[in-house]
Design a binder for this molecule. Structure first.
Ligand code: C2E
Ligand code: MG
Ligand code: MG
Ligand code: MG
Length: 267
């Protein structure tokens, strides 16, 4: 009867939630030793200037091949690393590894390339974050302009007043700052104007939209124009089709990144 099936439905959901919690706990536990056991790797995806076709730099993207769980996606483990605090040591591991990579690229003769590193707001909130970034740059003999930090829009905006202070400190240091996944969140344009960033990364959704309808495509074009009016450069992320690139050129988008050019690759 209805009552019995209702109870079953409830039990079913309960079990699903339980499974998720157990998986999270297992992931969290195995992450503790994963750095030490060299289970993490960085992959690098090139970013190009549209106008010249020249390489601007690379984005470092974390990959985890866990001895217990196999490949785990960053969209799953980054959140767990944030809530457990493991993102702090993991984030410094990433920063170090990424800087060592770009140092090697520079030494091969590419002068003005940059490495983009994704930074969680949890890392940004650490009192010694700016100092540590500075130390890593000096350790590898890099210019601040060789490092570009990417911060996700929606999360940055949640605690904007505090984060703004830290962003300004990083800006003073001279590293580049990108607002990642732009358009997925809901930035107030006022804050966008006040943020001392230099690059806006348009979320893949808006790149996919280009081929969907004229209206949606125009919206993407307008975001690029708006960013330029604010003095920002624009990176289109997740470019997969030649046709998207054609439109992005038309809209004067500055840089592109995506499977059309290259997937993220190991060093
Ligand atoms: P994100 O920073 O926005 O990175 C872009 C994501 O899009 C990456 O996914 C990349 O592999 C993927 N991508 C690039 N081009 C294409 C394309 O043409 N098509 C498609 N379908 N996807 C494309 P990934 O590597 O799975 O990373 C997901 C998210 O995890 C990242 O989004 C970033 O927010 C986070 N993440 C990755 N590495 C790190 C890290 O070292 N630290 C932190 N805090 N977060 C990281
Ligand atoms: Mg990113
Ligand atoms: Mg992004
Ligand atoms: Mg993303």
């Amino acid at each position: 009867d209805a009552k019995a099936s209702g109870k079953n439905t409830y039990a079913f959901f309960d079990e699903k939630i339980n499974e998720k919690i157990v998986r999270k706990m297992k992931i969290q536990n195995s992450m503790k030793d994963a750095i030490k056991n060299n289970e993490f790797m960085l992959y690098y995806q090139p970013q190009y200037y549209i106008s010249t076709g020249r390489i601007k730099g690379f984005e470092a993207l974390l990959r985890w091949n866990s001895s217990q769980h196999g490949f785990v996606s960053p969209s799953e483990f980054i959140g767990i690393a944030e809530t457990s605090g493991l993102i702090i040591p993991l984030g410094y591991w990433v920063l170090n590894e990424a800087c060592s990579f770009i140092k090697r690229v520079i030494d091969m003769g590419y002068e003005d390339v940059s490495i983009s590193v994704n930074v969680s707001v949890i890392q940004l909130m650490q009192d010694d974050f700016v100092e540590n970034v500075n130390n890593v740059l000096r350790q590898y003999g890099l210019k601040p302009s060789n490092l570009q930090l990417e911060i996700t829009e929606s999360i940055l905006m949640e605690n904007i007043d505090f984060n703004l202070k830290r962003i300004r400190e990083l800006r003073r240091l001279g590293v580049g700052l990108s607002l990642d996944d732009f358009g997925k969140g809901y930035s107030s344009l006022t804050y966008l104007r006040d943020l001392p960033i230099d690059i806006l990364k348009i979320d893949k959704t808006f790149i996919d939209n280009i081929l969907e309808s004229n209206e949606k495509s125009c919206l993407t074009g307008n975001i690029i124009t708006l960013a330029h009016d604010l003095g920002l450069s624009v990176v289109a992320e997740g470019v997969e089709e030649e046709e998207q690139l054609k439109y992005l050129k038309c809209y004067n988008c500055d840089m592109v990144q995506g499977y059309l050019f290259s997937k993220p690759l190991p060093r």
